[in-house]
Design a protein around this ligand. Structure first.
Ligand SMILES: NC(=O)C1=CN([C@@H]2O[C@H](COP(=O)(O)OP(=O)(O)OC[C@H]3O[C@@H](n4cnc5c(N)ncnc54)[C@H](OP(=O)(O)O)[C@@H]3O)[C@@H](O)[C@H]2O)C=CC1
Ligand SMILES: O=CCCC(=O)O
Length: 308
């Protein structure tokens, strides 16, 4: 076959059918992009109404995670936390019950390495392939198809799922054995949580000292500490607007998981531990479903309470 003919044959290769478990902020946007790219997608969500919304947009409805896996070549899971990922994979009528030889299961939720390894073991025992693939990037990159996939596990599944990753993302890393994707994701989100907590402290310190928050933001964005995070979140934080792109409860979960990883590998993380305590307070104050930038509000509430 000539190179051109081979290229055309590869281009015409049949797309794998895709299963999707979890239609929250991220899962909804990612599924939508797969549908737009012409994939045959079957969805399941714990709360049925969200899945029905995707059916209106062209997806098929799966009754249980197990049925989705049975009906599809590759199933992705985008679920809240380790408990949700384990329940959808290993619970009654969970995904693993539908796994047989050749099935692929890609968990894109942010979980810890132990959770990913438990699911990997069960999927492989049932004859399937497993890949963890947590993502860097939030609601907007999910909508724009510019996420960054941090994958590890079965390389053959990475290759089979690559075209779908390219629809949903702008970059993909294969990091080796299961657990390394989770570890990379937790490193990134630990830094991010501390950055926004520190930025919030800067805003409040400056304001308490008589500076304008708008000018503080302007100076930050011009200098060496400028980051896309501050230009994205800064303006809405100044307005006190926290419509969730990345819910605060998930940021606190990621700090908690990073601290557990730190304990396991013997690496002290005093800054992340302090940030985690602040996000915990924010959750206690009822801010868990707001964007994680609402950590600013938790700090505001502490003024005058900490002997400051
Ligand atoms: N939002 C973001 O910016 C990013 C989030 N992430 C990570 O992606 C994952 C999903 O995030 P996001 O979409 O924002 O979260 P959401 O809170 O919007 O959605 C969570 C999803 O998990 C489901 N779920 C929760 N608990 C259970 C359970 N016990 N059993 C089954 N399903 C459950 C929810 O179902 P139901 O609708 O029934 O509640 C929903 O589909 C998280 O791990 C998060 O840390 C990663 C990168 C960016
Ligand atoms: O896990 C959430 C990541 C959010 C982001 O990368 O902006």
């Amino acid at each position: 076959m000539s190179t051109d003919a081979k290229g055309a044959a590869e281009g015409a290769e049949k797309k794998p059918s895709i299963g999707w478990l979890g239609l929250g902020i991220m899962g909804t946007a990612m599924t939508r992009n797969l549908l737009k790219a012409g994939y045959d997608v079957t969805v399941w969500n714990r709360t049925l109404s969200k899945a029905e919304g995707m059916v209106q947009e062209g997806a098929r409805l799966g009754k249980t995670p197990a049925q989705v896996v049975r009906d599809c070549d590759i199933t992705f899971a985008m679920l809240a936390d380790p408990a949700a990922a384990l329940s959808a994979a290993l619970g009654e009528d969970g995904a693993v019950a539908g796994v047989s030889a050749g099935k692929g299961y890609v968990d894109v939720s942010t979980v810890d390495g132990d959770t990913a390894r438990q699911i990997a073991e069960a999927v492989r025992k049932a004859g399937g392939q497993f890949l963890e693939a947590p993502v860097s990037g939030s609601k907007k990159p999910a909508e724009d198809g510019t996420l960054i996939f941090l994958t590890a596990g079965d390389k053959a599944l990475f290759d089979r799922a690559s075209a779908a990753f390219d629809v949903m993302g702008k970059a993909k890393f294969f990091l080796g054995d299961v657990g390394q994707g989770a570890n990379m994701k937790l490193v990134v989100n630990m830094v991010m949580g501390s950055m926004l907590a520190s930025f919030s402290e800067g805003l409040l310190l400056g304001q308490a000292a008589g500076l304008s928050p708008e000018t503080i933001l302007e100076v930050v964005l011009l200098g060496a500490i400028n980051a896309p995070l501050y230009s994205m979140k800064g303006p809405t934080m100044l307005k006190g607007s926290y419509s969730p792109a990345f819910p605060l409860k998930h940021q606190q979960k990621d700090l908690r998981l990073a601290l557990e990883l730190a304990e396991a590998v013997g690496q002290p993380l005093p800054v992340a531990a302090a940030a985690n305590a602040l996000y915990e307070k924010a959750r206690e104050a009822g801010l868990g479903d707001q964007d994680f930038s609402a950590v600013l509000e938790a700090l505001k509430q502490r003024r005058g309470k900490d002997g400051a």
